[in-house]
Design a protein around this ligand. Structure first.
Ligand SMILES: [Zn+2]
Length: 439
């Protein structure tokens, strides 16, 4: 599965009212579309703007009620010790301004700071106990980190990060559905108190005194998002009968792989997205015999769209196409290989949305695939393809189907009604004591 994160987009005047995929010169992806079956995919409900972690979870065939929350996934990905009683919350440093109404306004959500500065700020607020709850900040990368909460805690609390600059930081509130549970209220209060204490502590920290003296903005706040807690989940190999591997950059993908028991090759992004993707595909090719399902991920279409420059996203897509082109020959030479070109969600290159709810194009390429009349890989052509509209975990069912592993529905070769065949069946043994008494 070649996963082009956030590849779907909208049409823009500067691209002649085309989407970046339509505007891009992508002969390799077009070739895969031409020789494959095409369709549209949405990981949940049409129109829902999904983050990568939720979309990936559905694409890997899981129901959302087993989703642990991004905070917990990133904690796993960062290798933090986290058990299923603790809560993990994404947190990052920001610049805020106190307003006259005893609120804090977000001034800069991505403040520029050196590693050294961030390390000393982390040290100043590393550990605190509020309301009987121990809160610890773990630095991950840049100005980002993860808070782990221990004690009688709940993940059902709201975010404090307003994301949009100029808006006030939000109060940490219990989710309405869980507001009756005392631990939810305690957690919300403790986290709120901690964030207030962090603001005061950072404001007078030597790093910020130096920054103020130099006329630089202070880094005087921490904002939080997407609390989570680990759950018990069926491992991918058991759920789908496939040995899975994920090759991705980004700790959330490493965490997701760890959560569902998929192996992971952790890679780094460079300034050359095409080269990165071709290297990842080569790594995948090298272990084809060891795995049944390999997720080869690039974050770059999404990251390009977040710069809100459709022309730049178009260039990134062209670089990725060349990256796939580097390995196309050996890929196509594999007689049994099913190549799925997929994406998790759309990321619009303009406007205020972070991600958007349009479906994304999907290609299935491999033996026996019904070749359709589609000649181009983009959101519009894909809509006329033979795969139709694929949703959520149907994607994994389609993959099992094209790997000739789909179980005939209704057969029960194992006590769990798993979707793949053959299952890990138990052989009948000729030792049943009741058999002797039968006449
Ligand atoms: Zn994104």
């Amino acid at each position: 599965m070649i996963l082009l994160d956030g590849v779907g987009d909208r049409a823009y005047p500067e691209l002649g009212h085309l989407t970046p995929l339509q505007a891009a010169h992508i002969p390799v992806l077009d070739l895969l579309a031409r020789d494959g079956a095409n369709g549209l995919f949405h990981a949940a409900l049409l129109g829902q703007a999904l983050p990568s972690e939720n979309a990936h979870f559905a694409m890997f065939g899981y129901d959302m009620d087993a989703f642990p929350g991004r905070g917990a996934l990133e904690a796993l990905g960062a290798g933090l010790p986290l058990d299923d009683t603790q809560v993990a919350v994404l947190a990052h440093f920001v610049t805020v301004k106190a307003s006259s109404h005893a609120t804090l306004q977000l001034v800069d959500g991505k403040p520029e700071a050196s590693d050294k500065e961030i390390r000393s700020l982390v040290q100043a607020i590393g550990d605190a106990t509020a309301n009987g709850i121990c809160i610890r900040l773990h630095h991950t990368h840049g100005f980002r980190g993860i808070l782990t909460l221990s004690g009688d805690v709940s993940p059902f609390v709201t975010d404090s990060d307003p994301i949009t600059e100029g808006l006030p930081l939000m109060a940490i509130l219990p989710w309405q559905r869980f507001a009756e549970a005392p631990e939810t209220l305690h957690t919300a209060r403790a986290l709120g108190a901690y964030l207030e204490w962090v603001h005061h502590t950072l404001t007078n920290h030597p790093v910020n005194i130096v920054r103020r003296n130099k006329g630089r903005p202070t880094i005087n706040g921490l904002v939080t998002q997407r609390a989570g807690r680990l759950k018990k989940v069926t491992p991918f190999a058991e759920q789908f009968g496939l040995r899975g591997l994920s090759i991705a950059s980004g700790i959330v993908y490493h965490g997701l792989a760890a959560y569902i028991g998929m192996d992971a090759i952790k890679v780094e992004d460079t300034a050359r997205p095409g080269t990165d993707l071709s290297r990842r595909l080569k790594k995948a090719m090298a272990v084809l015999d060891d795995y049944d399902f390999i997720h080869v991920h690039t974050k770059m279409p999404d990251a390009a769209a977040h710069t809100k420059d459709p022309v730049y996203k178009t260039r990134v897509l062209e670089a990725l196409d060349r990256g796939i082109g580097d390995v196309l020959k050996p890929l196509l030479a594999e007689p049994d290989l099913l190549i799925v070109v997929a994406a998790d969600h759309s990321t619009p290159s303009a406007g205020p949305l972070i991600h958007s709810g349009e479906p994304v194009p999907l290609i299935f390429h491999g033996p026996g695939i019904r070749r359709d009349t589609i000649r181009q890989y983009d959101e519009i052509c894909a809509a006329g393809g033979a795969l139709g509209f694929v949703r959520g975990k149907e994607l994994m069912y389609l993959i099992l189907n094209h790997l000739d592993r789909a179980k005939l529905h209704g057969l029960m070769d194992t006590p769990v009604d798993q979707p793949y065949w053959p299952g890990n069946a138990t052989a009948m043994r000729l030792e049943n004591p009741l058999a002797k008494d039968l006449k």
